[in-house]
Design a protein around this ligand. Sequence first.
Ligand code: NAP
Length: 246
Amino acid sequence: MFDYTPPPALLAKRIILVTGAGDGIGRAAAKSFAAHGATVILLGRTTSKLEAVYDEIEKAGHPQPAIYPLNLEGASPNDYEDLANTLETEFGRLDGLLHNASLLGTLTPIEHYDIEQWYQVIQVNQNAPFLLTQACLNLMKSSREASIVFTSSSVGRKGRAYWGAYSVSKFAIEGLMQILADELEANTTIRVNSINPGATRTAMRASAYPGEDQKSLPAPEDIMPLYLYLMGPESRELNGQALNAQ
Ligand code: NAP
């Protein structure tokens, strides 16, 4: 596991948006950021799941979060503009952006990959992070120092048979991360990095590896040290890096 012990108030006063915040790693990240003092914006497609995370954060006495239901598959550029405008009005800036939501699609040879599903996976995993980042950049420039974190995968760093659109989208995410890191380095205080969470006990992992003993895997909460480190001030100098949470 990435070795880092965060101070309790690591993210005090930071405004952090998490996509896919209703379940799995995104849910753990949102709760963990809030527990370290951040105001989190919970974005996802299933409102009831976002509400459950909201309630947990509130009950724990952490800063009051906000919910932003959005289906990244159908969202238009206007929807991202609306989101950025809402954040501007409510908070005036954005200090952290965790691109976490993604779709697995099916594990199928390219020869037989369903074309509709290809578009769907690329839309959610690749186009949505581009659109969301573009819409939020101005808000992030208003932060003293902001952090963009993309979520990759081992198949985003080395291709593997049958991982299809999911793998291709994660390679694209690594590319987007590198390009943005290079573009933003000179004239902004925004840093951009990617995380490969590694095998983690979530619904997505269970559907990719149905025969696996889920209990043998780390829980989403266990992999949070790297997420916290990247959102906090101590990673200020880190830019353009592809990192592993485990
Ligand atoms: P998960 O349990 O399936 O959670 C994914 C989250 O993304 C869910 O909250 C889901 O919403 C949301 N989401 C999916 N499609 C969406 C859409 N169209 N619009 C808005 N939200 C959407 O997956 P996870 O395992 O936590 O994965 C989190 C990230 O880590 C992903 O980027 C994944 O590729 C990456 N990753 C995971 C592992 C692993 O072992 N778990 C390994 C490598 C990389 P709903 O709850 O409403 O479905």
